[in-house]
Design a binder for this molecule. Structure first.
Ligand code: PLP
Length: 455
């Protein structure tokens, strides 16, 4: 059906270039207009209700329509709608939030720098590490190591850390000296007969060999999501992080934990660093920090890194980095209220308890003819669809079935994410057991329909 002239659909197609979207396909099928949200649900402008199985973009922890966040924003807007934090200025919400983040994250992390987005936060990490290594007299130590399939953002720098072809192809990325090592995904990348710990040994040895080959004096940092999200929801194999950390420490390579998706309860612990025993030098937070009601990200750094940066700014006159909205009081006020809600409602414990139900319900699909692997921790999961369960053969082309499942799920009142042929789940942390069962039932009907349509 052709959209009415001048309708929102027609004007969207006419005027908007959508992020992460096939633009020509969008011209054919047009948008779904999401009109409002309540709890774990969003509604389109036709009145259809969907379970938001991905919490927006992995981010709406407290659910949609949370009035306390609206009121927190409104109170702050009325009092001080904006101010910057350049040149010795500050404001109460950003100081309170910085203090709270330092107190709730691992001991080593002592200072906070605010940005608008996860991508800017990871760009900031790169610049801080370079500035720090210049400051302490090791200007050669500049390279970053990331992993294939990693997602760390899309700007020129963070998009170089990302290891996904779709985000790099024809953008001339990676642009920076980044080495990408093997993705720690046991199902796809372990050798036949290799146990999880042996796989982790091999990955740690590969990391060490890469550092030695590059020259440890040139390798500044290793960045990883504790549990990889947007690359396809991939929990690491057992013992991976302890082994990777040991290698990094041996070669004086900083450890950067990107908790943009994992942070604030997703795995059933406040931070995934707790879950995997990671003690990072730098941590990156965003998304659930405000439940994405307003844009905000934070970079937390150790005292050593702070001291190096502070000394250098003293010598050269400034730490010449910052955004107009670094420390913006309104998202900071929303973050504080959001963290209150997470704590008061016990949403981290809820993610652990209801997350177990989600994991076990989804694992009942392991026998489904389309399903190769079900994986995840807490309230984040991935279901990988395969053409052949025995050989793990992928569909050809990769992504076609995922796109079908994505589209069909809408008919069953469910929004999920298809990453190629991996279907991702990351619902709001407020989800209940019954709602999880409903979500998985809708997904099962979706998979059955797609299985039937492809014969
Ligand atoms: N890091 C991780 C782990 C992410 O998942 C994302 C976004 O999905 C980013 C960084 C980039 O964040 P943003 O989209 O806010 O730039």
């Amino acid at each position: 059906m052709r959209p009415q002239p001048n309708s929102l659909y027609a004007r969207d197609v006419e005027y908007v270039l959508h992020p992460n979207t096939n633009a020509r396909r969008h011209e054919e099928i047009g948008p779904i207009v999401i009109d409002r949200g309540e709890g774990i649900y969003v509604y389109d402008d036709q009145g259809n209700r969907y379970i938001e199985g991905l919490g927006g973009l992995w981010s709406v922890a407290v659910g949609f329509g949370e009035k306390r966040l609206v009121e927190a924003a409104s109170r702050q807007m009325a009092k001080l709608p904006y101010y910057h934090t350049f040149s010795h200025k500050t404001n109460e919400p950003s100081v309170e939030l910085a203090e709270r983040l330092v107190k709730m994250t691992p001991e080593r992390l002592r200072r906070v720098f605010f940005t608008n987005s996860g991508s800017e936060a990871n760009d900031t990490v790169i610049k801080m590490v370079w500035y720090y290594n210049n400051a302490i007299g090791r200007p050669e130590k500049k390279k970053f190591i990331s992993r294939l399939n990693a997602y760390h953002g899309i700007t020129i720098a963070s998009g170089s850390l990302t290891g996904l072809p779709a985000n790099q192809r024809d953008f001339d990325l990676p642009f920076l000296p980044v080495k990408h090592v093997t993705c720690p995904h046991y199902y796809r990348n372990a050798l036949p007969g290799e146990g999880e710990e042996a796989f982790a040994d091999r990955l740690a040895a590969e990391l060490e060999a890469t550092i030695l080959e590059e020259g440890p004096e040139t390798v500044a940092a290793f960045i990883g999501e504790p549990l990889m999200g947007a690359g396809g929801v991939m929990p690491p194999p057992a013992t991976y992080w302890e082994k990777v950390q040991a290698v990094c420490r041996r070669h004086d390579v900083l450890i950067v934990a990107d908790e943009v998706i994992n942070g604030f309860g997703r795995l059933g612990t406040m931070f995934a660093c707790e879950y995997y025993g990671i003690d990072p030098d730098i941590m990156v937070l965003s998304k659930q920090i405000t439940s994405s009601y307003l844009p905000l990200a934070a970079v937390l750094i150790s005292q050593e890194i702070y001291d190096g940066i502070a000394d250098n700014s003293g010598r050269i006159g400034t730490f010449g980095h910052g955004f107009t909205a670094s420390g913006h009081p309104v998202p900071a006020a929303v973050a504080l209220e959001n963290l209150d809600i997470i704590e008061e409602k016990g949403l981290v414990a809820n993610a652990a308890r209801v997350g177990e139900v989600m994991q076990s319900e989804l694992r009942t699909l392991s026998d489904h003819p389309l399903v190769g692997e079900v994986r995840g921790v807490g309230l984040i999961a991935g279901v990988e669809l395969v053409a052949d369960k025995a050989t793990k053969a992928k569909f050809d082309p990769v992504g076609r079935i995922g796109a079908q499942v994505f589209a069909k799920a809408h008919e069953h009142g469910l929004i999920i994410r298809a990453i190629g042929d991996v279907i991702a789940f990351c619902p709001p942390l407020i989800i209940t057991e019954d709602q999880v069962r409903d979500m998985v039932a809708r997904f099962t009907r979706t998979l059955d329909d797609v299985a039937e349509s492809i014969g």
